[in-house]
Design a binder for this molecule. Structure first.
Ligand SMILES: Cc1cc2nc3c(=O)[nH]c(=O)nc-3n(C[C@H](O)[C@H](O)[C@H](O)COP(=O)(O)OP(=O)(O)OC[C@H]3O[C@@H](n4cnc5c(N)ncnc54)[C@H](O)[C@@H]3O)c2cc1C
Length: 375
């Protein structure tokens, strides 16, 4: 019998757990550990902020879903990993102390390094969890006129919700017939091309921003905030009345002691999703050290690859499932300008770019599929 521990109840961890339950016999024990029993469907948080769905629509109960698939679920906070003793150290929760494993999948996502931006906590909104998205939604409702600034900080690896928020805000005021009262500015720490890693995609996105009269301010890496101003390290200043920023990301601090992380704390893995330098340990999702944006569909594919290879390893075979680093996203909320982009990041071939209302619908269907298959 093998004891398999999966850490993290997000896209990567949940899919890895589900695939392992399908591929391993009942004699093996599979346990998912996560700090909360709620799975959050993050891509819907922009819609939540704009009141287009409810908190219940964007989450489901993991314990219930895991039990339906004969998986154990433990609600607990992971402190760190001891890969030499093959134990996970639990800080607090339903269990405390050390959880032993034979095989491990690390899927704890990323950390929000808000401390890197002076004044972030006091002066910026973000929408990277349910509570913050709701709080930002209230601020949108109170915002009647002036300048809204929406952007990413340097090291944030998530452009999609920034652009979606800009389009949603523009359409929110268009519908009220008050678009002329607000100025909307999207801020990028580098360029729109570097945000979405493709020239054709950037061209299409710029055209959509123009169409909705949304300004774009590139090469503006915000370093500090006061109540109504954002500043770069070279003292360039931008005033705002409403601010939503994606803070810098870093790898999960639970991986620190493994000695396998890059300078931002992300875990080095090979294309089989095995952690370099440690046997029987895999990592998937936002926590791994791959270039480009960090996205849910990547975490899902990595979870599938890790599960297939781990099951093969337990059966005494070599891993055969390979991950290829593709980016696929829909920037919704732009009406007929909704943008679909698909690109292979490792080969850097030009992306496939499509633009029309169909992609908004496709994104909703994807969410519905998750709800139906997991609740
Ligand atoms: C607003 C928003 C919009 C997005 N839009 C899109 C989109 O349109 N398309 C797309 O593909 N992606 C999108 N993403 C990105 C996508 O949601 C992430 O890439 C994805 O969630 C990563 O999955 P993951 O499993 O690696 O990590 P996560 O989903 O972050 O899951 C990590 C899990 O680990 C748990 N955890 C963390 N630390 C600990 C600890 N110490 N102890 C115990 N448990 C812990 C967390 O509670 C969580 O359950 C969006 C994200 C946001 C925030």
């Amino acid at each position: 019998m093998a004891k398999v521990l999966i850490l993290g109840g997000g896209f990567g961890g949940v899919v890895a757990a589900e695939r392992l339950a399908e591929q391993l016999g009942d004699e093996h024990q599979i346990t998912l550990v996560s700090r909360s029993r709620q799975f959050i469907f993050y891509p819907a948080l922009v819609r939540l902020a704009f009141g287009k769905c409810n908190p219940n629509d964007v989450s489901f109960d993991l314990r219930h879903t895991m039990l339906n698939r004969r998986l154990n679920f433990v609600e607990a906070e992971v402190a760190h990993i001891d890969p030499f003793d093959r134990k996970v150290i639990i800080a607090h929760g339903e269990v405390e102390g050390k959880l032993p494993y034979d095989y491990l999948i690390f899927a704890l996502g990323r950390r929000l390094a808000t401390e890197k931006i002076t004044g972030f906590y006091e002066h910026a909104h973000h929408l990277l969890n349910v509570d913050k998205a709701i709080k930002f939604g209230k601020a949108i409702n109170e915002f009647k006129e002036g300048r809204a600034v929406l952007g990413q900080c340097f090291g944030a690896r998530l452009p999609v919700p920034v652009y979606e928020t800009a389009f949603a805000l523009a359409r929110h005021f268009e519908k009220k017939g008050q678009r002329d009262r607000v100025r909307i500015t999207v801020v990028s720490p580098e360029t729109i091309e570097s945000d979405i890693r493709d020239t054709d995609g950037a061209f299409a996105l710029k055209r959509a921003l123009d169409h909705h009269e949304i300004e774009l301010l590139e090469n503006f890496p915000i370093k500090s905030l006061t109540q109504n101003t954002a500043k770069t390290s070279t003292e360039e200043v931008l005033d705002f009345n409403l601010l939503m920023l994606v803070p810098p990301f870093q790898g999960s601090s639970a991986a620190h002691y493994m000695g396998v992380t890059d300078t931002d704390g992300y875990i080095h893995v090979d294309s089989n999703m095995r952690v370099k330098g440690h046997e029987h340990v895999y990592a998937v999702g936002d926590c791994v050290s791959f270039t480009g944006p960090k996205m849910g569909h990547m975490a899902v594919r990595q979870g599938e690859v890790a599960a297939a290879n781990l099951a093969a390893e337990i059966a005494g075979h070599e891993p055969t499932s390979e991950y290829s680093h593709e980016m696929r996203f829909v920037i919704d909320e732009a009406g007929t300008d909704a943008l679909y982009l698909h690109k292979d990041i490792w080969t850097d071939e030009p992306a496939t770019v499509r633009q029309n209302r169909f992609w908004s619908w496709a994104k909703r269907i994807q969410q519905r599929y998750w709800e139906v298959t997991h609740s």
